[in-house]
Design a protein around this ligand. Structure first.
Ligand SMILES: NC(=O)c1ccc[n+]([C@@H]2O[C@H](COP(=O)([O-])OP(=O)(O)OC[C@H]3O[C@@H](n4cnc5c(N)ncnc54)[C@H](OP(=O)(O)O)[C@@H]3O)[C@@H](O)[C@H]2O)c1
Length: 601
């Protein structure tokens, strides 16, 4: 089919255009004259220039030869001039309906808004049968969309137009260039909010919405409406999800409603006095307390609406914010265009570091042995807009270490930073250790740092770059049950000290981070004395994002060493004065299961 698509460059339109093309349809994209439309770059589509509000423009002629129309164009900005919103959303729609009749269009998909229906609760979400919510009376966007939907229905009833009405909820996802749904994501990431209001809403992945709209071309029933949504989430949950995805602190304070309303009123007052548009005002404060939950059961059944995880949408939204220049998380520009190799970057601290560095503008290579997890992690980073390469290999093998370094050179033409992070932990008294445990831990934790460092060193010297070793509190003093692990981590200190002396004159920064027990991914395993892989047995005290922040800070300040925990620093200081005292304390803490012992390793 050939589809006349209005608003093709917006968040929804640009995703619909892609879904149409990949389903084998051809697209005639209706755009305002002279607009640049970066979201349509690289797409094979025909363009037609015109203005919906231009009465002299012959829409029917522009639609000639098309089988269907998808009308996405609208003013969605709640802060826009209400007169313009009404004009574009209602009068513009009337012109599209008339044009479609005149051009004998076989099917029209009109995009309304789920806000036209009464929302519900989590247990009983709203559906297509509820009337227009009283709370939105007088709100130009919501009311104009509602009336435009009613108009489309009238054309179906009275003039024989074959139209289907789709009403998306709050959409998030890729190609959000202005940004629309991504604005909430941007605000959270840039402002780092720790508070939230009580409300919530339905969040939809824009690609799922677009897919259902393409299906509606032949599966939608004439005159019917379909809510196209995703997950019902409170704002606290929603911001918590973004925080988890991007490695930020989640909001943990729910603001009391009166305080939210008071802040909204104060903001509106400032707006009235200064004339300056305030993003937060009394009206928005009121909406932020509402829970607008919807069900898309009808669209799932009749249009095959998919329900992808909203996390996917959030990752792609972050990617879009970065792609179109709306998110700058590193004002210093320190990492911009630097190439970083992170061994063991497929999960845990390595992945968190790769994510943080790429969010700050670095290009990253991640490596690990397990290819599936590695590629999943690469895809996650890519969705968040990272320039990333992934190399499967074992840091304890010279050829693989060379491959990792070469990947950075081939993909980015340089290597500035090496983070030796890959490592395995072990548990068991030395007298009981299987020889394979000794071999595996030494090879990964020591040889696995020596080989990548040797393979990378001349490239790092060339750029006066950085080499960081990820050690442990166990690299500061010995711990029972972790002898080989401690030995390898302590060896890194000796390696770093020697290399520092060789490389200071060449301007290379060498750093060692002594991590405390950090949050681990569910699939993390350590090696038991009999060489079996077992889950870690110590509680975590710090997040991976916190560890990543430390590493980032170390790079920026070219710090030589960092001890993660105050207890570790204290232990290290006392150990230098009296090793016997620390030994006694550790043995006593271990035998009495004193919690502090668990903080060491
Ligand atoms: N988490 C903590 O509490 C803690 C505390 C102190 C120090 N550290 C140190 O911090 C670093 C990261 O720890 P983590 O908790 O994030 O570990 P993790 O979740 O187990 O991740 C380790 C990473 O290293 C990779 N890896 C392991 N052996 C490898 C090998 N031979 N070749 C290539 N890649 C290999 C793993 O992927 P594959 O298995 O697929 O290869 C994975 O990507 C380690 O050096 C660890 O010793 C951690």
């Amino acid at each position: 089919m050939k589809i006349f698509l209005t608003g093709p460059d917006g968040l929804l339109g640009s995703n619909v255009a892609r879904e149409l093309i990949s389903a084998g349809h051809s697209v005639k994209a209706f755009l305002l004259p002279g607009i640049s439309a970066p979201t349509l770059e690289g797409l094979d589509l025909e363009k037609a220039e015109g203005d919906l509000l231009d009465e002299n423009f012959n829409l029917a002629r522009a639609m000639a030869g098309c089988d269907a129309v998808i009308h996405c164009a609208a003013i969605t900005d709640l802060w826009a001039d209400p007169k313009l919103t009404w004009k574009v959303n209602l009068e513009g729609t009337r012109r599209i309906l008339d044009g479609s009749l005149a051009a004998k269009i076989k099917r029209l998909i009109f995009v309304g808004s789920a806000s036209s229906y009464q929302p519900g609760t989590l247990e009983k979400p709203g559906n297509e049968t509820g009337g227009f919510p009283a709370v939105y009376h007088g709100e130009a966007y919501m009311e104009s969309k509602y009336q435009a939907s009613e108009l489309a229905r009238k054309y179906v009833r009275e003039r024989g137009l074959d139209a289907v009405i789709v009403t998306p909820t709050f959409m998030i996802g890729p190609y959000d260039s202005r940004p629309s749904g991504g604005e909430m994501v941007r605000q959270f990431l840039e402002k780092g909010m720790r508070v939230s209001t009580r409300g919530g809403r339905n969040f939809a992945y824009v690609r799922d919405v677009a897919g259902a709209m393409v299906n509606a071309l032949d599966r939608g029933k004439t005159g019917e409406s379909y809510i196209l949504g995703g997950e019902n989430l409170s704002y606290l949950e929603f911001f918590g999800r973004i925080a988890k995805i991007a490695g930020r602190k989640a909001p943990n304070i729910l603001l009391p409603d009166p305080l939210v309303l008071l802040a909204g009123s104060a903001s509106s007052l400032v707006q009235r006095i200064t004339g300056k548009k305030m993003v937060f005002n009394r009206r928005i404060a009121r909406y932020s307390l509402l829970s607008t939950f919807y069900s898309s059961a009808k669209a799932e059944k009749e249009l095959g609406l998919k329900h992808s995880p909203i996390d996917l949408a959030l990752e792609e939204s972050i990617g879009a914010l970065r792609k179109y220049g709306h998110l700058n998380l590193d004002q210093t520009g320190f990492f911009k265009d630097k190439a970083v190799l992170i061994t063991g970057g497929s999960r845990g601290v390595g992945f968190a570091t790769a994510r943080e560095l790429s969010l700050r503008g670095a290009k990253v290579v991640i490596s690990a042995r397990g290819a599936k997890r590695l590629l999943d992690s690469r895809d996650r980073l890519e969705r968040m807009g990272a320039e990333v390469a992934a190399v499967a290999g074992d840091v304890g093998k010279w050829e693989d270490a060379e491959k990792m370094v070469n990947a950075a050179l081939e993909k980015f033409g340089r290597l500035d930073i090496l983070i030796n992070n890959a490592g395995v932990s072990m548990r068991g008294n030395f007298s009981e250790l299987a020889p394979e445990v000794i071999e595996q831990v030494s090879r990964t934790n020591l040889i696995g740092c020596l080989y990548p460092t040797r393979a990378a060193i001349n490239h790092i010297i060339k750029n006066q770059g950085h080499i960081v070793f990820i050690s442990s509190i166990a690299g500061l003093f010995g711990l029972p049950g972790a002898s080989v692990y401690c030995a390898t981590k302590k060896a890194l200190t000796g390696l770093a000290e020697s290399m520092r002396l060789e490389l200071i004159p060449k301007g290379v920064h060498i750093g060692v981070v002594y991590l405390g027990f950090t949050e681990h991914d569910p699939e993390k395993r350590i090696i038991a004395a009999d060489n079996q892989l077992v889950p870690p047995d110590r509680p975590a005290h710090h997040t991976q994002a916190f560890a990543a922040d430390l590493i980032v800070g170390m790079l920026q300040k070219r710090t030589r060493q960092l001890i993660m925990t105050p207890i570790g620093t204290l232990g290290w200081l006392i150990y230098r004065l009296s090793p016997a005292m620390v030994e006694k304390a550790i043995l006593w803490a271990q035998s009495s299961q004193w919690a502090v012992f668990k903080r060491f390793s």
